[in-house]
Ligand binder design. Structure first.
Ligand code: NDP
Length: 342
């Protein structure tokens, strides 16, 4: 069967395309311009006709996906802005919301063969920030970021502009399904991953062109952008991009997943954990990496993780029961960065 993957040239999406092709699916990816198809065609050339790329220039335009959805059995919608240069919050919110609703609308109108739509949301749509340790479940929603953006507009924190865009986009997807439940022939699955790390396979000629999450990993672990105190105190939760791609495949395969959102997370981290993992690799892939205070991350007795997730639902329903470790992820990232000359 055939799967449409939007934003196929992105960090996560390229891995989603790869895993789907490896599992025998045919894949149609969308990109914003013809030049962004070149690298994908190259890395997936062995799949011949089973891999195609189409151009959807502006995902915010009405009917943008009308052609792309025709004849596919499932859709993985990943395209959405995630960067840190945003002035007006609408720069994030408009493509996030209109892109999501647009895909669903096109599927309603022209996706007679579509059975399942998976939307890549984020833990950004789940978490709320506080100074207490919290464990979030699929019942939690980040209304805090929406409120901050409503109140502060351009002066809101850039991460909260992003979080608001993801929360609003996911809510608009569930609203669409609720409003159109009498006439749609497909169901919706939403994936909510935290920070995504791991090697890249999309087109990244230079390190500064890495996507937001991989760039922070690179800057922190290889370039030493955080001091020892930041390394031991700063963190979040994370998942390896290869596990997330697998989750995207499971999300279209598991019948029982329909109508659900799933938090998928490998666990909480402090940046020092990845620094220690990087420094324990022998033989070293990079020499003179930043060291911070070894052992002062998650392993330290006084460590508190503020943001934790209950991933039991993804284990139960998607069957996602094993996550790539910090050590495996770090080694794969450093080997990848090194091979690219970063
Ligand atoms: P990338 O920046 O690598 O990929 C983003 C993709 O979305 C690209 O194909 C990009 O196209 C497309 N896109 C961005 N803005 C627009 C726009 N305005 N109009 C049309 N297309 C657009 O990011 P990731 O792979 O990291 O992110 C993919 C998805 O995963 C996003 O929905 C993101 O919110 C979500 N996510 C990411 C996490 C992470 O840590 N990386 C964590 C949780 C969720 P182009 O190349 O043309 O700009």
């Amino acid at each position: 069967s055939k799967v449409l993957v939007t934003g196929a040239n992105g960090y996560i999406a390229a891995w989603v395309v790869r895993v789907l092709l490896e599992k025998g699916y045919a894949v149609r990816g969308t990109v914003r311009s013809e030049s962004k198809a070149t690298h994908l065609r190259k890395i997936f050339s062995e799949y011949g006709d089973k891999h195609e790329v189409v151009v959807v220039e502006d995902i915010t335009k009405e009917g943008a996906f009308d052609e792309a959805v025709k004849g596919v059995d499932a859709i993985e919608h990943t395209a959405s802005p995630f960067h840190l240069n945003c002035d007006d919050p609408q720069e994030f919110i408009e493509p996030a919301v209109k892109g999501t609703v647009g895909v669903l609308q096109s599927a309603l109108k022209y996706g007679s063969t579509v059975k399942r739509i998976v939307v890549t949301s984020s833990c950004a749509a789940v978490l709320t920030i506080s100074d207490k340790s919290q464990t979030f479940t699929e019942l939690n929603w980040n209304d805090q970021a929406i409120k901050e953006v409503e109140e502060k507009g351009r002066d809101a924190l850039v991460m909260n502009k992003y979080r608001a865009s993801k929360t609003l986009a996911e809510k608009s997807a569930w609203d669409f399904v609720e409003k159109n439940k009498g006439s749609i022939g497909w169901d919706l699955v939403v994936l909510n991953p935290p920070y995504v790390f791991g090697p890249v396979i999309h087109d990244v000629p230079t390190a500064p062109q890495l996507n937001t999450s991989a760039l922070e990993f690179y800057n922190t672990i290889v370039k030493g952008s955080k001091d020892a105190k930041q390394l031991s105190s700063m963190g979040n939760s994370w998942i390896d991009v290869r596990d997330l791609a697998l989750a995207h495949a499971l999300a279209i395969q598991k019948e029982a997943a329909g109508g659900n959102r799933f938090i998928v997370s490998g666990g909480p981290f402090k940046w020092q954990d990845f620094v220690d993992a990087a420094n324990s690799i022998t033989p070293a892939i990079y020499t003179d990496l930043p060291k911070g205070n070894p052992g002062s991350g998650s392993a330290a007795p006084d460590t508190v993780h503020l943001i934790n997730y209950d991933v039991s639902k993804a284990r139960r329903v998607l069957g996602l029961d094993k996550y790539i470790t910090q050590e495996e992820c770090t080694r794969a990232c450093l080997e990848d960065f090194k091979s690219r000359g970063f």
